[in-house]
Write a protein that binds this ligand. Sequence first.
Ligand code: ADP
Ligand code: MG
Length: 322
Amino acid sequence: MNTSLLSVDNLAVRFDTPDGAAHAVDRVCLNVHAGETLGLVGESGCGKSLTALSILRLLPVSARMSAGKITYKNDNLCEFTDVRMRHIRGREIAMIFQEPMTSLNPVMPIGLQVAEPLITHKLFPAADAYAKAAQWLEYVKIPAARKRMNDYPYQLSGGMCQRVMIAMAMVCQPNLLIADEPTTALDVTIQAQILALMRRLKGERQMAILLITHDLSVIAQIADRVAVMYAGQVMEIASVEQLFDQPLHPYTQGLLRSIPLPGTSGERLFEIPGSVPRLTAKMRGCKFNPRCIEAQKRCYNESPELLNRGKRHEVRCWIGQN
Ligand SMILES: Nc1ncnc2c1ncn2[C@@H]1O[C@H](COP(=O)(O)OP(=O)(O)O)[C@@H](O)[C@H]1O
Ligand SMILES: [Mg+2]
């Protein structure tokens, strides 16, 4: 369980804007072990998607990726040619996105879309790929899957489209699935079904998942470990149990106090005061200092590093550090 499959080391992504450099991802470090689910959680705009897109080299053209090393198995992906990256995408590392309707090709039948990665990566001849696609559509529980192979995405509901996306991501049996807000666009009941499907895949297919979400309750249901991001930085990484029982970063503590717990309906939820800093803001010290209720003098002057605090529990905070 502990072999590192993917490790992201000091990743930085910026955009050059008229107001100066916007540091959207700032020295992010994280790793995903074989077979585990790492949750990446944080408010909208904190750099989760850009982190994921960097891994697969799918950043928007205006983004500048600097520094950083991305190691997959024993290779540094940053040194790969575009052709080698194409072999990685889909086959080794697959990705699913928030909006299945816009990620699927609207003018291609779903069966063909699921078969396509197998054909592109030359894993199967077309007829066999098509048969495999049918099996996968059944596996992700598309009702009457074989009959629906010729359907177009518009003929399916959002939840069904997300199942098709998952089948498409899974068909080459990747070692790592990156799921960027896979359930955010769906109703609560459909969300639960998709999460159950992902849990099943994880159990039966020995695949690692990097699950991106702004929703801690999704993390609680499916992740083994969690990385909490704030303003482009990872603030805390721990196992799900540790993070929920003993959050060490004041931001994580605030996040946990702001989710409703069973049996507390009607009580007013905690809100973290203030708002996320502008990406172009020149800040000294910790990026969370304007909103931190525990900030000390040092927090306004020096930026903390992400450091080990106990067994596999890392925190970027001066409080509690010697
Ligand atoms: N193409 C872009 N041009 C300029 N800024 C961008 C672009 N894409 C993302 N950003 C900025 O980078 C930050 C992080 O974006 P993103 O990774 O999409 O956040 P998240 O997925 O956590 O919601 C956001 O604040 C966003 O404004
Ligand atoms: Mg996003």
